[in-house]
Design a protein around this ligand. Sequence first.
Ligand SMILES: [Ca+2]
Ligand SMILES: [Ca+2]
Length: 653
Amino acid sequence: MQLDQNLKNQISSNMLRKTFYFLALPILAQATPEKPNVVYLMSDELAYFELSHMGNPRIKTPAIDRFAREGIRFTQALAGSPVCGPLRCNLMTGKHAGHSSIRANDGGTPLRAEEETIASLLKEKGYATGGFGKWGCGGRDSTGVPEKHGFDVFFGYYDQVHAHSFYPPYLIRNSEEIHLPGNDGGRSGETYAQYPIMEEALRFIEKNKDNPFFCYLPFTPPHGMYDVPKDEPAWKLYEGEKWMSDPSVSQDAKNYAVMVSMIDRQLGQVLGLLKKLKLEKNTIVFFTGDNGGQDRFRTKDHPRGYFGPNVNPKNGVEFRGGKGSLYEGGLRIPFLVRWPGQIKAGQTSELLFYQPDVLPTLTELCGARTPKDVDGLSILPTLLGEKATGSKQQSHEMLYWEFVNQVAVRHGSWKAVKSGKKGDWALYDLNKDLSETNDLKSTEAIQLAKMQAFAQKAHEPVRPGTYLDPERLRHNRDRQAKFGFSSVSSLATQRAFHHLKHPDLLPVGQMRIASASSENVGNDKRARYVIDGKPETIWHSQFSPSLAKPPHELIIDLKKVRKVSGVQYLARQDSGWNGTFGKTEVFLSQDKDSFPEKPFSTTFSKKKKPQTFKFAKTIDARFVKVRILSEVNGKEWGSASEIGILLSSEKRK
Ligand SMILES: [Ca+2]
Ligand SMILES: [Ca+2]
C-alpha cells in the first residue's frame, strides 16, 4: 500500500480510506457511512477506576459497562492536560499543551478568535453542531465563545467557576442567559442544571436526526459541588448498600457515586434515543473522562480516596499523583467508543494516545479538513480496523505535556517528568514501573536527554485569546452566579463587591504602578488593576507559563511626595482566595531605587471586606513598595483587587 507522497497529500484521507476500503474489502456487509453522526460524552472528573467494569467495588455503572462490552476500551488514553480548561482546549483544537492557547485553569482564559475546532471543521462539511455542558474555553464576551468556534448552539456553563454550582440562577445559551426557576446559586434550589442541559442535548439529537450532527456533551457531573437531587433515579441502584447508610461515610461521597450513576443513566438515555431514531448504525459514540482522578474523600482507611480513583481494585497497583499532576494519576482517563457494525465489540486496545488525537480522528471520519498545525494523529485505524480504513495506525514519536511548572514527555513506555516541587527531571519505564517510583535518570541518561530535547522543541510561549469587554462584566457575573444573586433581573455583579472605603484614601488617578515583580498576563491579571478603583479587576502574580515565587512586590508611585499613614487592602472579589495576602510588608521612600531596610509589617486575614493597615507613624514618601511574603492558604501566589494609600488625616483637613 505504497502511494506517492505527493499524491497522498492531494487526496483527502477520507477518500484514501474509501479507496483502500473498496480495494481491500469489496464485499464487507456494512460500508462506513459517509457522514456519520458523532456523540462525544465527556464526564468531568470521572476517573479510570471509578467504573464497575474496572472493578470499582462501590460505584455502579451498568450502562457504561454494557457500552464497554459493545465497543472498544482503551487502557492508555491520556488527557492532553491534567485539568479542565487546558484539556478542553487540547481536545477542541487538536493541539498539545506546548502549543495550545489555554494553559491556565482559571476558568475563563479564551481561545483566540482564529482558532479552528472540531466543531468549526465539521461545520464546514455541513454538520449540525451542538454542545451541552461545561465549555471552559472562554467566558462571555471573549474571543473564545463556542458559538464563534463552530457551534450552532452551546447550552450550559461557559466559565468553569459558574459550573461549580448545579443550582445557578441561570445557564448560558449562545452567550445569553437562560433563567433557571427557583435557583440562587450554591448547593440547593429548584432546578438542577444538569437536567435542562440533558434535555436540550436530547432535543438537539432529535431535531437533527436527518442531518449529520456533532453532539458534544462535556457534562459537569461528578465534578463538585457534589449535589444531586434526592429524587434522582440513580439513587435506586444503591438501595440496601451498607456503605450508603454508614454515617461515617460523608454525604458528599455518597452523592458523588450517585452523580456517576446519573451520568451512566444519561448515557443510557442517549443510546436509547439513538436506537429509537434508528441512528445507532450511523452514529459513533464516545464515552470518556476529562482529566485523571482526584483522591477525593480521603480517610485513614482510604488514603487514596474513598473510591480509589487511581488504584486498581483488582491488584492494588496505583497511579502516582492525580488531577493536576503529570504523573499517570493526572492523565489516565476512561475512554470507550461504540459503533455497532463498525467497531468490533468487546475489544481492548493499548494504543497510546491523548486528547489532541480526537480532532484528526473525527475530521478523518467525517471527511472534513484537518488543519496542518494540529499535533494530534487520527486513531481511526484502531477504532475501525486497519483493513476497513486501508491505512496503518500511526503512532506519536513522543507525547508532550506541560502544566504550570511541570513538564512531561512520553516515548513508548518511557516517561520523563519534570515535577513542580524540586524542578528535577525523572525518568520512569512504565512497562516495569507503572506507579512511577523508580527513577532511572542516572542509568538512562541518553534516553532522558532525547526526551528533554523533545520537550524543549515542543514548548511555545502561550498566546491566549482576549476579552472584547475589558471590564468583563458578563464574565464576572457568571463567576459570581455560582453564589447567586438576590435578583437576577439586572447586572447586579457590582453590588456584590466590596470597595475600598476610608476617609483618608488617596483618590484613584493620583497614582500609578511604577513596577511589579510579576503579573499574570495570560488571563489579564495586570498590576495596574490594583489601583483602578474597580473591585472586579484583579492583579495576580504570574502562575503561567511559569510560577513566580514569593515574595511578590508592587511599587506604587504617588506622583509626588505625600504624607502616607497606611494602606488599605481589598482581596479579590470573585469566588476564589488564591493569592490573598497573608504576611505583608510596606516600605516607604522618596526614591524608587532606594527603600529603607525596615518595613511596616502586618498580616492580612481571609476576608473579602477591605482591611486597613495604619502605620505606627506618618512618613513623607512618594513611592510605596508592597511586599507580599505569604498567602492566606499557604500557596505561592499574590493577588489583590485593590490597594489604597491612606494619607495623614491632618494633611487632608
Ligand atoms: Ca475536570
Ligand atoms: Ca481593581
